[in-house]
Design a protein around this ligand. Structure first.
Ligand SMILES: *[C@@H]1O[C@H](CO)[C@@H](O)[C@H](O)[C@H]1NC(C)=O
Ligand SMILES: *[C@@H]1O[C@H](CO)[C@@H](O)[C@H](O)[C@H]1NC(C)=O
Ligand SMILES: *[C@@H]1O[C@H](CO)[C@@H](O)[C@H](O)[C@H]1NC(C)=O
Ligand SMILES: *[C@@H]1O[C@H](CO)[C@@H](O)[C@H](O)[C@H]1NC(C)=O
Ligand SMILES: *[C@@H]1O[C@H](CO)[C@@H](O)[C@H](O)[C@H]1NC(C)=O
Length: 448
């Protein structure tokens, strides 16, 4: 029943080309602009980085004039031509094998992702927005004028058990001598910032540091000899969007069969937390196979391309990760709240002005694509217990109140017409901090 209803809503969405257009433009704008916040942390670095990029380009051009497969895939890469997808796969693993462990290791057999939000202004927020020097202007909603602060005060309560309470010293002990690395897009970066904010308060200023080496950014705590890092790889596999600041969302070229360049960094981590999703939701993607020597790309719709990428990633997890000494997590789709009619019939807004969670059991919006979830489940299932799934989709679906909407820094200028209708430029994709990603990290804490 529910699914049928969703289906109708989806059709409605696509029958309205204008809505679909606005949605896609909005996604492009907000995801794209969101990446600029890395400048907030390290402004001075961008020129150096640009020079680095140019250098890379000229090296590629002079030493390898025609061999595109050996050339670096970067934001300047172009396809010489494009054709339809050949049907080629990245991996030959038999998915029909039974999945004995369910692909995840639940805490005490309890499904911690199944539960409800409970208002708790005694324990929450876990930190104050203004107390975190690493806060991003894209996520600092209070600083940008949000007055209703209840979004900071919800605790996730699983139905059949309790989560272990967040304990910052205990978390640091778990991280002692280790590298924790978040890998993915701006949603994953939000979770990383949340983790840094949760952890930093107990470390004296002169015993901690933040390195500005995008695409890898490293928070280090000397006394624990531990780091909490973020590595930008929105499509997991190598792509022309691997520069955290300069990339194009509208013309993505991926190397569907390679994570080599990224994995060189991933291999150094002890705990890895991956995500990928929204970048695959922007129409077709171009595939440039590493064996392709003439720059000919194949074009494939997002879900198919995401599956190829996840298979390549899964191959790496399966063959290159030592599962006795390392932990790997995958964070499922982060939901968006772009259409208020999904939770309130006949209404015309989005997440703007929403102050309370959705109180409808198993609510599921159109932003969380079910075929994508099925695909992810299949790939993750083939890895069995090698990956723990942080299945945050359902719990975050309830949190229409958790997005920045207009209360964040925007880098583009808005017209008077847009300004007169705040929902037209609201960010209903990312999450305010303190807020929902803190709870994702509490779940991670429970699994470590
Ligand atoms: C292109 O580079 C690949 C990988 O280095 C190599 O195997 C291939 O022979 C090269 N092709 C040409 C035409 O130079
Ligand atoms: C946040 O700030 C308020 C008031 O300044 C203070 O009472 C509270 O303890 C702080 N909370 C945390 C988690 O630091
Ligand atoms: C947090 O963990 C530490 C170390 O395990 C323990 O000593 C401390 O009592 C815990 N704090 C709370 C508030 O539970
Ligand atoms: C710090 O941690 C790294 C691994 O991240 C390890 O190689 C190194 O030996 C540690 N240093 C000390 C002083 O414990
Ligand atoms: C995550 O949970 C949902 C139910 O909320 C389920 O339908 C989905 O299959 C789960 N995804 C994975 C990858 O386990």
């Amino acid at each position: 029943m529910e699914h049928q209803q969703q289906h109708q809503k989806k059709n409605l969405l696509f029958q309205s080309p204008l809505l679909a257009l606005i949605l896609s433009l909005f996604l492009v704008a907000s995801v794209l602009y969101s990446e600029r916040n890395i400048h907030q942390i390290h402004d001075h670095h961008s020129t150096q980085q640009d020079q680095h990029q140019l250098q890379q380009l000229s090296i590629t051009r002079t030493s390898l004039p025609r061999n595109i497969s050996a050339a670096k895939l970067d934001r300047f890469t172009k396809c010489s031509s494009s054709r339809g997808y050949s049907g080629r796969k990245t991996r030959r693993v038999d998915h029909s094998m039974p999945d004995l462990h369910g692909g995840r290791s639940y805490v005490d057999e309890c499904d911690v992702f199944n539960g409800k939000w409970v208002y708790d202004d005694v324990s929450y927020p876990l930190y104050n927005e203004s107390d975190c020097p690493y806060m991003s202007d894209q996520l600092a909603c209070k600083k940008h004028g949000r007055l209703d602060l209840d979004y900071q005060k919800w605790r996730w309560q699983p139905n059949n058990c309790n989560l272990k309470r967040w304990n910052v010293t205990e978390m640091w002990e778990k991280l002692r001598g280790k590298r924790l690395m978040f890998v993915g897009d701006s949603l994953n970066r939000g979770q990383w910032i949340s983790m840094v904010c949760l952890l930093q308060s107990v470390i004296p200023t002169d015993r901690r540091s933040m390195s500005p080496n995008a695409p890898l950014t490293i928070f280090k705590a000397e006394d624990y000899n531990a780091t909490v890092e973020f590595y930008w790889a929105p499509l997991l596999v190598e792509s022309n969007s691997d520069d955290p600041v300069n990339h194009r969302l509208d013309d993505r070229i991926i190397r569907p069969d390679s994570v080599l360049k990224h994995a060189a960094e991933w291999e150094k981590a002890d705990i890895l937390v991956f995500n990928t999703y929204l970048w695959w939701r922007q129409g077709p993607v171009k595939l440039l196979w590493s064996t392709e020597e003439n720059g000919v790309c194949e074009e494939l719709e997002g879900l198919g391309a995401m599956e190829l990428a996840m298979e390549t990633w899964a191959d790496w997890v399966n063959s290159k990760v030592d599962h006795l000494s390392k932990r790997v997590f995958f964070v499922t789709m982060s939901p968006t709240h772009l259409w208020s009619w999904e939770w309130e019939a006949e209404s015309e807004g989005n997440c703007f002005g929403q102050k309370t969670p959705i109180d409808m059991k198993n609510y599921w919006g159109t932003g969380s694509d079910l075929p994508t979830m099925r695909m992810a489940e299949k790939v993750l299932g083939s890895l069995r217990s090698k990956v723990s799934v942080l299945n945050i989709t359902q719990l975050s679906e309830y949190r229409k109140d958790g997005h920045p909407s207009i209360y964040r820094k925007f880098w583009e200028a808005f017209s008077p017409k847009q300004l007169s209708k705040p929902s037209s430029y609201s960010d209903c994709i990312h999450w305010c901090l303190p807020g929902v990603p803190d709870v994702w990290n509490e779940l991670l804490f429970n699994f470590l």
